[in-house]
Design a protein around this ligand. Structure first.
Ligand code: ZN
Length: 426
């Protein structure tokens, strides 16, 4: 058996085919070696220096005071068991153990395209025993900036903080098709017709969303309203919110709109820029672009309007598109380009990655300008011959209850497939 440490800390093991199986396509089993490090508040465990303390509890293996690392230690253990068992008949067998799956997937992302010899890759990082995953989405992050013109607040205006809060939020991939409210878009929807109709309205602040992979739960704004029209405008705002509340009553029961007095700011957007920002927010697509034609119920392509903020010289919107189809992803990227041309928006870069943990978002943000490639998806192939064989063998073990599914989120397989497009993945 041979093994090699690769860049980014990945490790590959290779065991030659047993006699008579040399002609069969090689199989690579893939797992990740990193784990989620979490411990009880009273634990003094140091994850960098101390080993995990395993505890056998009846039929279960657990850890004392910390996470066990079964995700994906169980996958690594399966690989080692296969490698050391000399009684098995097998084709060329490779085991690829990657790093950093739980954070930025940099192990899978940095896998060279000339190390694997296998034709089939089986990822063993799934949480459900009776299921086979056959696809995932890739991601494309874009930050769009709209230049704005600022001016002094008008003396004839009173300022109000208008906040939309109490929405559920949710994962911008896994829950994008559920019809949850996007606080940013709903607040823009309430305020846009009013800003278009009433002259002299000035926007002083607008921000919402906290993480690129989350549907925004809250959005806050400060508007300057002509004193003479304040009551009329407030009535329109509340009536528009009432309509939205009815639309969303089954899914967003805790949504609230607050209007509070606010002191006059140092500066605000002029009326033209105010209207432009609200128009811009109204035309960005948040939601599903297309459902998968091959896997019923799976979202193939989507975009999430995740974070916005009004800065000194520009308004910035951060978007996160996902698709399992690389040509659809190209189409979404062209949609962003078209949006930027027609709105004189500056695209300041492709932000890439699947920031599974908030802490890493800042890191990815710092790196995004360096990295121009978006992350590729793993397009499901439900009619492949290899899947039919795996389903048959798997079904014999699981009373033919095998579930075949794909996810609208990022997995390592999508990144590895980019380097090995002809390989079949599970
Ligand atoms: Zn895992």
């Amino acid at each position: 058996m041979k093994f090699k440490k690769l860049q980014a800390g990945n490790v590959i093991f290779r065991k030659e085919a047993t006699k008579g199986n040399e002609h069969l396509p090689g199989i690579c089993i893939q797992a990740h070696m990193d784990m989620v490090c979490s411990k009880n508040s009273d634990s003094t465990h140091n994850f960098l220096t101390d080993p995990i303390v395993p505890v056998i509890d009846g039929e279960f293996l657990k850890a004392s005071g910390t996470t066990l690392g079964a995700d994906d230690g169980i996958g690594v253990a399966a690989c080692l068991a296969l490698l050391e068992d000399n009684s098995l008949d097998h084709p060329l067998l490779e085991c690829l153990i990657t790093t950093n799956e739980e954070t930025d997937m940099s192990g899978a992302e940095n896998l060279p395209n000339d190390v694997l010899l296998s034709k089939i890759l089986i990822n063993v990082d799934s949480e459900e025993e009776d299921s086979i995953c056959i696809g995932c989405a890739g991601g494309l992050e874009r930050a769009l900036r709209l230049k704005v013109k600022k001016e002094q607040p008008k003396e004839s205006s009173s300022f109000f903080k208008v906040s939309l809060i109490g929405l559920l939020g949710g994962h911008s991939g896994a829950q994008i098709h559920e019809g949850l409210g996007n606080a940013i878009q709903l607040l823009a929807r309430i305020m846009n017709p009013i800003a278009q109709e009433h002259q002299d309205i000035q926007l002083a602040s607008f921000y919402g969303g906290t993480a690129i992979n989350t549907i925004p739960r809250e959005c806050f704004s400060i508007f300057g309203l002509p004193k003479a029209q304040v009551e009329e405008i407030k009535t329109k705002v509340l009536s528009s919110f009432d309509d939205i509340k009815k639309e969303y009553k089954l899914i967003e029961p805790n949504m609230q709109l607050l209007i509070e007095n606010e002191s006059s700011p140092q500066e605000c957007c002029n009326h033209d820029s105010t209207k432009k920002i609200l128009d811009f927010l109204s035309i960005i697509h948040h939601g599903v672009f297309r459902m998968s034609p091959s896997v019923p119920g799976l979202v193939e392509t989507s975009n999430s309007l995740s974070i916005v903020s009004l800065e000194k010289e520009y308004f910035e919107a951060q978007l996160f598109a996902r698709s399992s189809s690389n040509s659809q992803m190209k189409y979404v990227s062209e949609y962003f380009d078209a949006l930027s041309r027609s709105y004189e928006i500056e695209i300041i870069g492709d932000r890439n990655g699947f920031p599974g943990k908030r802490l890493f978002i800042y890191f990815i943000w710092l790196n995004f300008l360096k990295n121009k490639n978006n992350k590729k998806g793993w397009d499901p192939e439900p009619s492949s011959f290899a899947l039919s064989v795996i389903k048959k063998v798997h079904g014999e073990e699981y009373d033919n209850k095998t579930k075949v599914y794909a996810v609208h989120a990022g997995l390592e397989c999508g990144l590895i497939k980019k380097q090995y497009p002809d390989m079949v993945f599970f």
